[in-house]
Design a protein around this ligand. Structure first.
Ligand SMILES: *Cc1c(COP(=O)(O)O)cnc(C)c1O
Length: 808
């Protein structure tokens, strides 16, 4: 299976350097070497891809198409080398050729084609689908600029463009011969021919979608899959002769559209942006993808009538919801099917994963935008909506339910309802989240079609998030479980539980964590000039900045701790370092204020001698996959403190758990399932439950009462209001918590309601930390029981219960 020895790999790298860059190894730069390494591995994977595709076609295997406007891939060199089982050989070859392997890996830019959890999930699933030998293709947009790079300047976030394709494009294979044309605008002309009504779109603005394929290897298999990233080009070069024919403006329009569509990833996480460019991106992506799938299907089967038997389209949130009308368009307008037949095939092909219950994240496109930009798609949506409404009326005879379930309603197209109507399955991403969908958000739809609603709890690629990034822990696991079986059978981690009473094992686990903390401290010093004390608790909250994730609650507790320390310098004996990492959407003003607050507080604490070797706050700039990979192995406390009912699943929580950090968390998202396997005794649970949150809001929540009643809280909020030594005041945040602002209610996310419980959980945690053996035992149990959070498990559930495809 191993495609290279160190020697043959060295030869391949040397040849690649000469052929592509005209360089001998001793003249090559690190950049050239990184590219050469990528190209050599890409060649192996591309060859395996030919075999995989042949087999899929020959055996008429059903294919999975995973559509996501985000794929947060991160780096690929180490990952692909790992999966191809040539990582040791690659490192050795690089060193032997006079390079530092670590530098070559470090120089690769992250492919940051996503915002956070949703995009990273797609990347983890692509790895698992491949490892499980499922014929699968991921589809997204080849954004020229990924998620912005974050700099912190004077405490504030500054966004810089993430121009990743210079080196990152080494993984991409452009396939101009498989380009598709996507139509926007224009007018519809209808005519009868052969007893059929034909509809053609005239004077449309056409954009060419060119696939740039990224091949991905699985682990322990020759099977490879493809991530197909669509790039936008204009259909023709602007031709001056068009000018005389009055078509110059059209051509210029096409060129302008082609230049903007794949330009940049929208940086809003868990938030709907009703911009027309975003809708253009969505349709560009969906239309190119569906055409490409249909074309390949036709090549193999000569008909689209068995489309649903050989294809399943999984859509990651509603962003690709237009697959439903686009499939209908192709079945009806291009394949000549009637409505009922087209609908039957469509609704047996599409499945929808919901990722959020936040109202502000639910996509609702203005009808007139859809109508003018996508006239034919609009017609089809109207008809889908009409028939769906009829069905709902006949089932419920209840205008309230008709309104709740409508697809087109009061001038808007509701994408979630379109997905529910047009799909065969709807799944939430954790037990709690799926229950909320069934009982609350989609209650009426579930009442009518209960069989559609399912749960698939998220999972993470444990090979990347444990084995690859935490070699110390990997080798302990191999020693204790008797080999590397856990790499393909993650539940084998359970065997670690047998060593909970083994002091030598616990000591070794502690030593691994210690080493990882020191490595991270060295990295932070080298790259940021930050001095981290490896004796301190590494207490970490890294994730997108969002009010519902409650970074501000973490801050309030730190302020309380800081005040306690000022009253009594001996109040803290165990050094405690709080690490934050978070990007805020550029237009999300409150989130940016919270980033600034964290930096103000960090600066305050840094300058107070009382805090030395006791308390530290660090904001790590530009949180991204490659930073997470360094941080997870070094983390000891994982902050998962969202308002119960708001976090669909979380996957950061799983990364921490797998690397032995203990969780302080609410009963939200997948924390509920973590608690299910860990029990109260192996995590620090606190706060209101989801139903209590609903109840409290119904009764009328008045945070001012807590403010007047609780001295610690009041003092803490007053300090926040006045600000710290940098002179920046945070009255705005104070006002939001106590009185509400800009239409949002006072303390919308119940920070004050959970404050005391949170402080107590932090105290329990700090007390446990001093009992070193107990801490290490809990850490071991967390690792032992993290196997259920492997993406392999989640993907197997999709394959069994939704896709109905066989897998390894
Ligand atoms: C895993 C991951 C996330 C998701 O974190 P949550 O805590 O689940 O929100 C976000 N960003 C990056 C870079 C990640 O690797």
């Amino acid at each position: 299976m191993t495609p290279f020895t160190t020697k043959t790999l060295e030869e391949a790298l040397t040849a690649k350097l000469m052929l592509n860059f005209g360089r001998a190894p001793e003249e090559a730069t690190d950049q050239e070497m990184m590219k050469a390494s990528a190209l050599v591995l890409r060649d192996v994977m591309a060859m395996r891809g030919v075999e995989t595709n042949k087999r899929t076609r020959r055996e008429h295997r059903k294919q999975v198409h995973y559509l996501s406007l985000e794929f947060l891939m991160g780096r690929s060199l180490m990952k692909n080398a790992y999966n191809l089982e040539v990582l040791p050989q690659l490192k050795e070859a690089l060193e032997h050729m006079g390079f530092k392997a670590a530098d070559i890996f470090e120089i690769e830019p992250d492919a940051g084609l996503g915002n956070g959890g949703l995009g990273r999930l797609a990347a983890c699933y692509l790895d698992s689908m491949t490892t499980l030998d499922i014929p699968a293709t991921g589809y997204s947009i080849c954004y020229e600029l990924g998620i912005f790079k974050q700099k912190i300047v004077e405490g504030q976030q500054v966004e810089l463009p993430d121009d990743w394709k210079g080196l990152g494009s080494a993984w991409l294979l452009p396939r101009t011969e498989e380009a598709e044309e996507v139509y926007f605008g224009g007018t519809l002309r209808e005519f009868w021919n052969d007893g059929h009504l034909h509809i053609v779109n005239e004077n449309a603005t056409k954009v060419l979608a060119v696939p740039c394929d990224m091949v991905v290897a699985g682990y322990g298999t020759d099977h490879v899959n493809t991530l197909r990233l669509w790039d936008a080009r204009s259909t023709k070069p602007v031709d001056m002769s068009l000018f005389s024919r009055g078509e110059y403006l059209k051509a210029a329009e096409e060129e302008a559209m082609a230049e903007t569509i794949a330009k940049v990833l929208y940086p809003e996480d868990n938030h709907y942006e009703g911009k027309s460019l975003r809708l253009k991106q969505q349709y560009f992506f969906v239309s190119a993808t569906v055409q490409s799938i249909a074309r390949k299907h036709l090549e193999t089967y000569g008909t689209l009538k068995n489309f649903h038997e050989k294809n399943v389209i999984q859509i990651n949130d509603t962003h690709p919801a237009l697959v439903v009308p686009e499939l209908m368009r192709i079945f009806i307008d291009e394949a000549g099917m009637n409505w009922d037949e087209a609908w039957e095939i469509t609704t047996r092909s599409v499945a929808y994963t919901n990722h959020t219950v936040l109202a502000e994240a639910l996509e609702r496109w203005p009808q007139n935008l859809v109508e003018s930009l996508l006239p034919r798609i609009w017609q089809i949506i109207v008809e889908i909506s009409r028939r769906w409404q009829e069905k709902v009326e006949n089932f419920y005879h209840d205008p309230g339910k008709t309104r709740a379930m409508a697809i087109v309603w009061s001038g808007e197209v509701r994408m979630a309802n379109l997905c529910i109507a047009g799909g065969m399955a709807v799944n939430g991403v954790s037990g709690l989240h799926s229950d909320i969908l069934k009982k609350d958000v989609f209650r009426d739809a579930c009442g009518m079609e209960p069989w559609k609603f399912q749960n698939v709890t998220n999972g993470i690629d444990h090979r990347r998030w444990l084995s690859e990034i935490n070699p110390g822990l990997d080798s302990l696991i191999r020693d204790l479980t008797g080999g590397d079986d856990y790499l393909t059978h993650p539940l084998a981690l359970k065997k670690l539980d047998d060593y909970a009473g083994d002091k030598a094992v616990l000591a070794r686990l502690a030593e691994i964590k210690r080493q990882n903390k020191e490595s991270f401290a060295a990295y932070a010093k080298k790259t940021r000039g930050v001095l981290l004390n490896p004796d301190a608790i590494f207490d970490v909250q890294v994730k997108r900045l969002h009010e519902y994730k409650r970074q501000l609650l973490n801050v309030l507790h730190i302020i309380a701790l800081y005040q306690r320390l000022q009253d009594d310098p001996n109040a803290v004996t165990q050094p405690h370092t709080f690490l934050f990492g978070a990007k805020a959407a550029p237009g999300y003003a409150v989130a940016k204020r919270i980033i600034r607050l964290i930096n103000s507080l960090a600066d305050e604490i840094d300058h107070n001698p009382i805090c030395k070797d006791k308390l530290q706050v660090v904001f790590l700039e530009n949180y991204r996959v490659s930073l997470a990979e360094r941080l997870m192995p070094a983390s000891e406390v994982s902050q998962q403190i969202s308002t119960a009912g708001k976090e669909a699943s979380g996957t950061g929580n799983m990364k921490f758990m797998m690397n032995g950090a203990l969780t302080i968390g609410t009963l939200d998202g997948a924390n509920v399932e973590m608690h299910g396997v860990l029990g109260d005794e192996n995590m620090f649970l606190f706060g209101l439950h989801a139903d209590e949150v609903t109840q409290l809001k119904r009764e009328g929540y008045v945070p001012q009462r807590l403010y007047s009643r609780d001295d610690t809280l009041r003092r803490c909020l007053d300090a926040l209001r006045g600000g710290f030594r940098d002179g920046v005041a945070y009255d705005d945040l104070y006002q939001r918590l106590l009185f509400g602002a800009g239409g949002s209610p006072a303390d919308e996310y119940l920070l004050l309601a959970d404050f005391q419980a949170y402080c107590q959980a932090e105290e329990r945690m700090a007390a446990t930390y001093t009992d070193v053996e107990q801490w290490n035992r809990m850490s071991l149990r967390n690792i032992a029981r993290s196997g259920i959070f492997a993406a392999d498990r989640a993907v197997a559930e999709y394959a069994d219960n939704i896709w109905h495809v066989p897998h390894k």
